[in-house]
Design a protein around this ligand. Structure first.
Ligand code: WT7
Length: 649
């Protein structure tokens, strides 16, 4: 029934939206009491709960033990064997889903493709044979550098089918970033496309790959999918065409039964120090977690057309564009391009034309839509939508309300889902038929998730007191380690509160136990829903010949959530010119990727430091946001630095 009847108060903090009777009627979990009962059971007896969830999947061999927990190392479904691609494909072929659409895709220029489960299965088998033909085997690492096209899913599933470990690199990342990921993972093969379409232009993917591979790497084979038709270089003996390879292979390929703890993928994400971390996820626990959240959080029905707008290069693309929906037998919609191409109503046009029922997108996109104006939305019939999702950063209550009213027509529940690359799947979230929502809150923990907000000593804080968000018990889709760096894994996540997982986020719980995530508390920025380590950008800047020192901080940004501000001191005779700012921005773009380019570069004569030499980011943050510097500066080494930084404004 109309949304307005749900509003209990017009005070922002007090708005509560109860699931409508209509939504509840068909929901999987349809009352708060049912959520509470299941949650309590999942925490009291997690092994029983997860064993039941795991039974939804196809196992080649049943597990001996659900969990083996030797903190910080977890093994889930120990002794069990399964294949992720079999679960995403083959199992559906024995049902009416055989001819159901698995993927409906639209390219940015407007092409449309539909792959049924049967067709997708065939493509995956063929491509798995291409991998085998090219000496890619179980345990080998494979880099995937593709746009959001069906072949990205095909490549991922083909790796999973033969037990190769994929590492998808976001198509917006630079040659340098690809090279770093190849070297860290020791990948033997790379799958890419000639180019991809973005805002009417062609992104030169293959060209970036050529740069990444120049000078030699562990990559022996590059398989190139023809997507954009742009002219590219093919290196003899190394590069081969995807379509040509298909001519040599058969369409059957048995899925390899793999250990539940066999690695499925490595996905690199930024941390607070040094180079990106290779987050490792394994087959069994990951798939159980993803399948379970997919089913309950999106309250999936057989006839849904589900669209998660994420790029396959991010964890959201892994868990909720490819593996989750396909394991659940859903139809997953994929779109290659930009939301405002050719016009700002692209999303709404596709929702109307395809009659999409579930939309899962990011606050940064929602804020951009708000800015582009309601008229773009109003041109379209969005009545097919029944559920909305948000992910990537805290959603501000105004954006939540706009999403609810303008996109959802006051009819669709919003699931604001908190999770991370490391958690693999959704951790804190409403269940749409059961948990009343409050704009801006991710609400309550999912089943089996023992989340808490704690103080410096690890003691749980009271209602509405801020603290660090931790997870106190292992969960199936948790990361298993940082690839090649167990010490960093231990230190980063498990050392501050031994035995408990440190998320790196700050949060508070209100009197109803609802979580309000305030964002990162470490040196990690969240720009347009993507994680960027300040130190990573600083290293890129310092690598420039003219830069002596750099400090990067975030500044609140209306659209992107946070903008990147770089304070830079120059070497010797380098002149602080405007052109140098552009040069430095481009330099960061080339080192990491366009998303990491500083929005603002400020030259400084010196950076504010403590007597022990630590850069005082708090001060820089205040300067970057134009606030007057407040608080304690007694440890500041040179007071004149502050005055100079202010003059620069
Ligand atoms: C960080 C994880 C999860 C997939 C996309 C990002 C922030 C994520 C929310 C949310 C508030 C959120 C956190 C988290 N975040 N979702 N619903 N509400 N904050 O994955 O790159 O691993 O980033 O994104 O700060 O730690 P990621």
């Amino acid at each position: 029934m109309p949304a307005e009847t749900n509003i209990e108060s017009h005070l922002i903090e007090k708005r509560v939206f109860k699931p409508s009777a209509e939504f509840k009627r068909r929901a999987r979990i349809s009352s708060f009491a049912e959520y509470e009962r299941m949650y309590r059971e999942s925490i009291a007896r997690p092994e029983k709960f997860w064993a039941r969830e795991a039974k939804d999947l196809v196992w080649r061999k049943k597990w001996d033990r659900v969990l083996e927990w030797k903190s910080p190392f977890a093994k889930w479904f120990v002794g069990g064997k399964l294949n992720v691609s079999e679960n995403c494909l083959d199992q559906h072929l024995h049902t009416f889903r055989r001819n159901k659409a698995a993927i409906i895709w639209e390219g940015e220029p407007g092409e449309k493709r539909t792959l049924t489960y049967q067709q997708l299965h065939r493509e995956v088998c063929r491509f798995a044979n291409v991998l085998k033909r090219n000496n890619v085997g179980k345990g080998d690492r494979v880099i995937i550098y593709l746009p959001t096209i069906p072949e990205a899913a095909v490549a991922m599933l083909a790796c999973a089918r033969i037990g190769a470990v994929h590492s998808v690199v976001f198509g917006g990342f630079s040659a340098e970033s690809i090279r770093e990921r190849i070297s860290d993972s020791g990948a033997v093969a790379l799958i890419t496309a000639d180019g991809s379409h973005r805002r009417g232009a062609i992104v030169q993917l293959k060209n970036n790959v050529d740069h990444a591979l120049s000078g030699g790497t562990s990559v022996k084979r590059v398989i190139v999918f023809r997507r954009a038709g742009n002219e590219i270089h093919m290196e003899p003996g190394r590069d081969i065409w995807w379509h040509r390879e298909l001519e040599y292979v058969e369409a059957n390929c048995e899925p390899e039964p793999l250990d539940a703890e066999h690695p499925l993928y490595i996905l690199y994400t930024s941390g607070s120090t040094g180079k990106p971390k290779g987050i490792l996820h394994t087959a069994g626990g990951y798939l159980v977690g993803i399948h379970s959240t997919m089913k309950y959080v999106f309250d999936l029905r057989e006839d849904d057309l589900y669209w998660c707008t994420a790029d396959v290069g991010w964890v959201t693309g892994h868990s909720y564009v490819v593996y989750g929906p396909l394991a659940a037998g859903a139809t997953t919609f994929m779109y290659e391009g930009a939301p405002n191409w050719p016009e700002p109503d692209r999303f709404w046009r596709m929702i109307e034309e395809n009659r999409i029922t579930i939309l899962y997108t990011a606050p940064t996109a929602i804020r951009a839509f708000i800015r582009w104006g309601d008229s773009w939305v109003k041109k379209h019939d969005l009545s097919s939508l029944r559920l909305l999702g948000s992910v990537g950063e805290p959603i501000n209550p105004e954006a939540w309300m706009w999403y609810y009213n303008v996109i959802g027509g006051g009819r669709c529940p919003i699931v604001d889902t908190w999770w991370q690359t490391e958690t693999g799947g959704i951790m804190i979230t409403p269940l749409p038929g059961a948990i009343p929502t409050k704009p801006g809150s991710a609400t309550l923990p999912f089943f089996g998730v023992d989340a808490a907000v704690v103080d410096a000593h690890g003691a749980e804080v009271g209602a509405n007191v801020g603290g660090k968000l931790i997870i106190r018990k292992p969960w199936p889709s948790m990361l298993r380690t940082i690839y090649g760096d167990t010490e960093r894994f231990r230190k980063q996540y498990w050392s501050e509160y031994p035995g408990e997982y440190l998320t790196g986020d700050g949060a508070r719980r209100d009197k109803d136990g609802y979580f309000w995530i305030v964002g990162r508390i470490d040196d990690v920025l969240n720009v347009a829903g993507h994680r960027l380590g300040t130190s990573e950008i600083e290293s890129a800047l310092v690598a420039h010949a003219k830069v002596a020192e750099a400090a990067v901080v975030g500044r609140p940004d209306e659209i992107k959530g946070q903008a990147v501000v770089a304070f830079v001191t120059l070497k010797g005779d380098a002149k602080p010119k405007a052109e140098l700012k552009t040069e430095l921005r481009d330099h960061v773009g080339a080192q990491i990727g366009a998303i990491a380019k500083p929005d603002e570069v400020r030259f400084a004569e010196a950076l504010p430091k403590t007597r022990s030499g630590k850069i005082m980011r708090r001060l820089l943050k205040e300067i970057a946001t134009g606030q007057t510097v407040s608080g304690d500066i007694t440890t500041l080494e040179d007071f004149s630095v502050l005055a100079k930084l202010r003059e620069e404004e």
